[in-house]
Design a protein around this ligand. Structure first.
Ligand code: 4NP
Length: 153
């Protein structure tokens, strides 16, 4: 069975769809089969595509994320996914509250898998300039490479 991975941020329109796109790209390049999805702790953007600036930065870097649609994280996600990666500390604490007792998913911060950057969050680019999305792409790409290395054996 392929390993399954869920990325979770607040709105599921900026950071987590970019993380999903970056990991899909890395896995495809490396020929690693992985089930990859993303969700938000909030339901504010349910059913909507990613933010235009996220779509643009992904496209510029060879990844298509415009077909993705936002959804809120569900209780069954904690049973259905092997790994759930929170993009920042607030997302992690919200996920801990939502996680059903005895659910098997391994829950952590995304950057806990990046050597030397454990405990760090990916900053929210939503209220930032376009360059903030370039920074987000760099961060999620770095993390995606680490996940391929760690989980893709
Ligand atoms: P994300 O960014 O959590 O990376 O998707 C945000 C998207 C929307 C909002 C906040 C953060 N918002 O306030 O609507």
């Amino acid at each position: 069975m392929a390993i399954s991975v869920l990325f979770v941020c607040l709105g599921n329109i900026c950071r987590s769809p970019l993380a999903e796109g970056a990991l899909r790209q890395k896995c495809s390049e490396a020929g690693i089969p992985m089930i990859i999805d993303s969700a938000g702790t909030a339901d504010w953007h349910e059913g909507r595509p990613p933010d235009d600036r996220a779509i643009a930065v992904a496209e510029k870097n060879g990844a298509a994320i415009d077909h993705l649609r936002a959804r809120q994280v569900q209780a069954n996600d904690f049973h259905d996914f092997d790994y759930i990666f929170a993009l920042d500390e607030q997302n992690l604490s919200d996920l801990r509250e939502k996680m059903p007792d005895n659910a098997p998913a391994k829950l952590s911060l995304l950057f806990d898998y990046v050597d030397g950057q454990e405990g760090q969050g990916v900053a929210d680019p939503y209220y930032g300039a376009d360059e903030a999305f370039d920074q987000t792409w760099r961060e999620v790409t770095l993390a995606a490479a680490a996940l391929c290395q760690e989980l893709g054996q």
